[in-house]
Design a protein around this ligand. Structure first.
Ligand SMILES: [Zn+2]
Length: 547
C-alpha cells in the first residue's frame, strides 16, 4: 500500500498534535495532584477527574479516530481553567493564580532567568504597602471596651473635652495602622508638650506632638477605653481594649506609667485577625524554593520545625504563616504561647501563665491528652519543654516551635548544650529555619551606587564586573527613613541522614554548617546578599542584621 504524501503529512501533523496534547495533559495531571494536596488538603477527586477525562479521550481517539482531537484540545484547557478558578476561591491570598500578583511573580521569574529582573522591576514596580499620606475620607474606626461597649467621639455621656480627645485617639490609631505600626507611645516631653511615637518596621518614629492640656485629656480618654482608674496617676496600670478599623481588628494592650512630667502610655497593637499570616508562607518574602521545601516538611504527619533568630526577627509570624496553611477542619491544632500574638479561627490557643504555674512544659503535657495533630509551642527555653515536644514530634504529632539562637547550626548545639539527647534530636527534628528581618528600601527615593571592590571580592563577584546596588536616602513617602516595610532573610537546614549522623559525635557549629552547606543550605548572609543585589535592601541594612 502506498500512502498518499499529503496523507502521510497529515498523519504526522495529527500525530504531533496528539503527542503534544498527551504531554500537556500529563503535566497538568501532575500539577493538579500536587496543587490539590496543598489547596484542598487532599488530591482526590481532582487528580482522578483529570486522569479519567484524559483516559476517556485516549479511548475516544482510538475508537473515533482523529476527529476527537479538536474537542480534547478545547476540553483540557477548559477543565484546567475551571479547576484554577475553583482552587483560587480556596487558596490563600498570596497563592492565587488568577491574580495580578501571580502574573507579576511569573513574569519576574522568566525575566530573572535572563538576568533582567531589575529592568522588570522598573517597568512593573512591586506593590507597596499603604503610606502615611491618606487620600479620601478617613476610614471608620471603633474603639471597643473589654465589656463590648463602644467608645466614640460622639456624645455617650462624655464631656466635650473628652469626646474631642477620643477623636484624637481614633486619628492616632488610623495613622498607626496605616503606617503598619506595632506600638504607640504617648509620653510627656515637658509639662507643655506630649509626643506620639510609633514603632514602624521595628524602629520608633515621632509621628505627632500634642499640646500638654490636650495630651492629658488623650491619656484620660485612653484610660477610660482601657478600663483603668482615671484618678490613679501615680502607679502603673494595665488594661486591654479592641480597635475595629475597616475589616481589621486589633487587640490592644495598654500600659500606663508615671514620669516626672505626668503619665505616659504605651500601647501594643496585636493583629487579632492574623493579618499578614493569613496569606500563608507565600506572603512573607520567603524565596519560592524555601517555601516549597517548608511545605513538604510541614505536611508530614509528624516531625518538628524549629524557627530560630533573635527577639523581633519575625519568628512567630513565620510559624503562624506555616500554621495557617494547615487545614483546620481535618486536623486538631493546639498552640501554647506567651503571649498569644495572633488569633486564628478554628485553632485552640492557650497562654502561658508562669504566675499561675502554667509553664510551657506543664500545658504541653496536658495538651497531648487532647489528641492534637499539630502543636505550636511558642518557645523552647528549657530541657523539659524540649524533651516533651520532641517526644510528641516522634509519636504522630507535628510540632512547630522557636528557639533563641543566631543561626540554624547553632540551634543544634544549643539543644545539645541544654542537655537534650542527640538521639532525640536525630529522630524528632525535621528542619531548622533561621530568620532575620531587614527593612525594604523605599522605591521612591533609593539611590543607585556601585558595589565596592572590597565587597565584590568578599561575595565572590568578578572584580571586572560592574554591579549596581541601592542605598537608602529618605523622602516624604518613607517618612525620611529611606525604608518602607520589612522582609525576611532565611536559612533553612533540612535534617538529612548526613546531619543526623553527625549529631552523635557532638559536632562543632562549623562541622554542622559545612555538612548543611554541602546539602545545599543557603546561609542568612547569602540570602541577604541576594536581597541587596536585587535592590530590595541596602548593604548597610543587610549588614546590620546578618553579619
Ligand atoms: Zn523614600
Amino acid at each position: 500500500m502506498i500512502l498518499h504524501p499529503s496523507f502521510a503529512e497529515q498523519l504526522l501533523w495529527w500525530g504531533g498534535l496528539w503527542a503534544a496534547l498527551a504531554a500537556l495533559w500529563g503535566s497538568i495531571c501532575l500539577w493538579v495532584d500536587r496543587d490539590a494536596r496543598q489547596v484542598f488538603g487532599n488530591a482526590l477527586p481532582w487528580n482522578m477527574l483529570f486522569v479519567g477525562v484524559g483516559v476517556l479521550f485516549l479511548v475516544a481517539s482510538w475508537q473515533g479516530g482523529l476527529s476527537t482531537l479538536p474537542l480534547s484540545a478545547l476540553v483540557v484547557p477548559a477543565m484546567t481553567i475551571g479547576y484554577v478558578a475553583l482552587r483560587d476561591t480556596k487558596a490563600r491570598p498570596g497563592d492565587k493564580i488568577l491574580s495580578a500578583a501571580f502574573a507579576r511573580r511569573t513574569g519576574r521569574k522568566l525575566f530573572a532567568r535572563l538576568g533582567l529582573e531589575r529592568e522588570f522591576d522598573r517597568v512593573f514596580p512591586p506593590p507597596s504597602t499603604s503610606g502615611l499620606v491618606r487620600s479620601g475620607p478617613p476610614p471608620r474606626i471603633v474603639l471597643l471596651k473589654k465589656d463590648g461597649t463602644t467608645v466614640d467621639g460622639r456624645g455617650g455621656g462624655l464631656d466635650r473635652e473628652t469626646s474631642q480627645a477620643v477623636r484624637t485617639v481614633q486619628e492616632m490609631f488610623i495613622k498607626a495602622v496605616e503606617s503598619r505600626a506595632t506600638d504607640i507611645h504617648v509620653e510627656p516631653k515637658s509639662s507643655e508638650e506630649y509626643v506620639v511615637r510609633c514603632r514602624i518596621d521595628g524602629i520608633l518614629q515621632n509621628i505627632a506632638s500634642i499640646p500638654g492640656e490636650e495630651g492629658r485629656a488623650v491619656l484620660s480618654a485612653m484610660k477610660v477605653v482601657a478600663d483603668m482608674d482615671i484618678a490613679e496617676k501615680r502607679r502603673p496600670q494595665d488594661g486591654t481594649f479592641t480597635v475595629l478599623m475597616q475589616d481589621r481588628r486589633f487587640d490592644v494592650r495598654a500600659a500606663s506609667a508615671p514620669t516626672n512630667f505626668g503619665e505616659k502610655m504605651a500601647l501594643r497593637l496585636l493583629d487579632a485577625d492574623g493579618g499578614i499570616v493569613k496569606g500563608g508562607l507565600g506572603s512573607i518574602g520567603m524565596k519560592d524554593s524555601i517555601v516549597e521545601q517548608l511545605r513538604e516538611i510541614t505536611q508530614q504527619p509528624h516531625g518538628m520545625l524549629i524557627v530560630c533568630g533573635p527577639t523581633g526577627s519575625g519568628k512567630t509570624t513565620t510559624l503562624y504563616a506555616a500554621l495557617s496553611e494547615i487545614d483546620v477542619h481535618s486536623k486538631n491544632i493546639i498552640t501554647i504561647e506567651d503571649p498569644i500574638e495572633y488569633r486564628l479561627e478554628g485553632i485552640s490557643q492557650t497562654a502561658v501563665n508562669v504566675a499561675a504555674e502554667l509553664t510551657f512544659a506543664k500545658i504541653l503535657r496536658s495538651t497531648l491528652r487532647q489528641d492534637p495533630d499539630v502543636i505550636l509551642v511558642g518557645e523552647i527555653r528549657d530541657r523539659e519543654t524540649a524533651e516533651i515536644a520532641m517526644q510528641a514530634a516522634m509519636t504522630g504529632h507535628f510540632v512547630f516551635t522557636t528557639l533563641h539562637a543566631n543561626d540554624a547550626p547553632t540551634t543544634v548545639t544549643r539543644l545539645l548544650d541544654i542537655g537534650v539527647e542527640a538521639t532525640l534530636i536525630q529522630s524528632a527534628v525535621s528542619a531548622v529555619l533561621a530568620q532575620r528581618l531587614v527593612r525594604v528600601l523605599c522605591t521612591k527615593c533609593r539611590e543607585p551606587v556601585k558595589l565596592s571592590d572590597d565587597l565584590k571580592e568578599k561575595w565572590g563577584i568578578p572584580a571586572g564586573k560592574e554591579v549596581t546596588v541601592y542605598r537608602e536616602k529618605g523622602c516624604p513617602a518613607c517618612h525620611g527613613t529611606g525604608f518602607r516595610g520589612r522582609t525576611g532573610l532565611h536559612e533553612l537546614m533540612v535534617f538529612d541522614n548526613d546531619i543526623r549522623e553527625l549529631l552523635v559525635g557532638r559536632p562543632s557549629i562549623q562541622t554542622i554548617r559545612q555538612a548543611a552547606r554541602k546539602n545545599g543550605m543557603k546561609t542568612l548572609l547569602e540570602s541577604g546578599i541576594g536581597k541587596v543585589l536585587a535592590g530590595v535592601t541596602s548593604v548597610s541594612e543587610m549588614q546590620r542584621v546578618a553579619k
